[in-house]
Design a protein around this ligand. Sequence first.
Ligand code: FAD
Length: 282
Amino acid sequence: MELYEIYKKDDSNQGLKISFEVFPPKDGDISSLFEELRILKKYNPVLVSLTYGAGANSGKFKIEDMKSLQDLELNLMPHFTCIRASKKEIDNHIRLIENLGIENILALRGDIPKGLDLSELEFKYASDLVQYIESKSTLAIGVAGYPEGHIECPDIETDIKNLKIKTDKGACAIFTQLFFDNEKFYRFCEKVNSAGIDLPIIPGIMPIINLAQIQKMTTLAKITVPKDLKEKLEKFPNNTKEIGLDFGIKQCQNLIENGVQHMHFFTLNKSEQTAKILENIE
Ligand code: FAD
């Protein structure tokens, strides 16, 4: 099902729409991921997104892996980053995923490797990729949004102006960076709407599993960890999962109470913490 259809406004099915993000297992064996997703399937995800060469997990899903995951009858949304891609590679990728019957793609620029000069690139920003995919395929296109602003951008207003460039090129949903402070998300939604962007904004939720993971994420990107959460995590390092679960449930519950109808979970390829949060929200 396409993003337009999944997140359409006048949907009579007003229940919470859940989606999951997974990355390619480092050892290349997707059987463990298959099992985690089999567990998460119980929550009827509207889609499962597949990262593309992201950071430390710099692998990519093979087309055979996507085919296997389709055996679980999941609506897959592969990510694609254009930072060093040529038109030929993009054409090839689009054709392969369309041949699998996949209908959606998350179009990203990707992080700039050290020393790479943007001006030399064919695709400098995600907006270039959105425009290209839109002209070459029938895929429905999602893009990334940053409730606290993208790390390279001097301020959130400029970042939202840039977001508008890519949504105007043909994106139909915005999937956000993770955040722990819901107020930042609510302000972001207001600013995005004021900028004239009328698209679903799907909040990115990162279930907290370990402290090192949070410290890494928050140094790589602009993500605020609320003071009391930070203090608790640091004070009770052996209770990270419990503290994370309690926080995750409250965070999602607060989003629901504020009218949020969809959530995208960064599962880190583990079903347990995400499933426990989902069991405890209503
Ligand atoms: P862009 O939208 O191009 O923005 C990048 C920067 O350029 C921003 O600061 C923006 O303000 C600025 N900008 C944009 N357009 C212009 C313009 N016309 N003029 C001047 N400045 C401009 N990375 C991966 O490698 N693989 C993944 O699978 C992956 N998945 C992700 C999923 C989500 C939900 C999110 C939020 C991020 C993901 N990322 C992934 C990270 C992403 O690739 C990085 O954050 C990257 O640095 C920016 O990508 P983007 O698509 O947001 O870029």
